[in-house]
Design a binder for this molecule. Structure first.
Ligand SMILES: Cc1cc2nc3c(=O)[nH]c(=O)nc-3n(C[C@H](O)[C@H](O)[C@H](O)COP(=O)(O)O)c2cc1C
Length: 195
């Protein structure tokens, strides 16, 4: 009997955000994708993450009210003015896909579960969201880029910049072309049996 999950995982590919059409997934697909994102291994059920959805007009609002001011502040701090072209790029950043699922790592500190393990589970949530979106044949990519590391962006997402981190922005849209394969790790270099 074929194992469809295993077969899919061995061929799935991300589609870069700049190559996707900004169509949001169907609502019932999005619900399934989100359910998959929540069903991840999580030591002691700490649930140390939040998923923040940027969809529809919220993408533009977030771009105008959060991304652009943060980009301007960064430019000012580095004494490099934000050109009109850069401004356009920043405004488009969260609107390349039809929806952006932000996974915010929100660990409990202190906690008996080490911080690293709490952060790993956020990465698992990103993987599940990405893979689930790709399983419906959507274009999807896991990105961080500079906004993930900007305290004002973390705050606007409802996080505490002192301890919370953006694990990923999962951009989801529609494919234009099927992605070509990229170089994959050589199993002989990566995997070994300990003896
Ligand atoms: C945590 C994380 C952050 C990433 N951030 C970026 C990024 O900021 N910019 C980028 O071009 N790719 C980034 N990537 C890489 C792409 O999402 C993706 O791994 C790559 O396009 C190949 O994906 P595939 O193996 O799913 O085909 C990131 C990947 C991970 C796991």
């Amino acid at each position: 009997m074929k194992n469809q999950v295993s077969e899919f995982l061995q061929v799935r590919r991300s589609v870069v955000a700049k190559k996707m059409i900004a169509t949001a997934p169907k609502e019932h697909h999005l619900e399934d994708i989100l359910k998959c994102g929540l069903r991840v291994p999580d030591h002691s059920n700490v649930q140390p993450w939040k998923i923040i959805i940027l969809k529809g007009d919220a993408r533009e609002k977030f771009s105008m009210e959060v991304i652009l001011p943060a980009a301007k502040a960064r430019a000012k701090a580095s004494n490099e003015p934000l050109t009109a072209a850069m401004e356009t790029l920043e405004l488009a950043r969260m609107q390349r896909g039809g929806v952006v699922l932000t996974v915010l790592s929100t660990p409990t500190i202190p906690h008996k579960i080490p911080l690293w393990e709490q952060q790993l589970t956020s990465g698992a949530a990103c993987s599940h969201l990405l893979i689930a979106a790709q399983s419906f044949d959507y274009a999807a990519q896991w990105l961080t880029e500079w906004p993930a590391y900007d305290p004002s962006v973390i705050k606007a997402l409802g996080g505490d910049p002192q301890k919370d981190l953006v694990a990923g922005f999962i951009h989801i849209g529609e494919k234009i072309d099927p992605p070509t394969e990229r170089k994959r790790p050589d199993p002989d270099q990566m995997i070994r049996y300990w003896s």
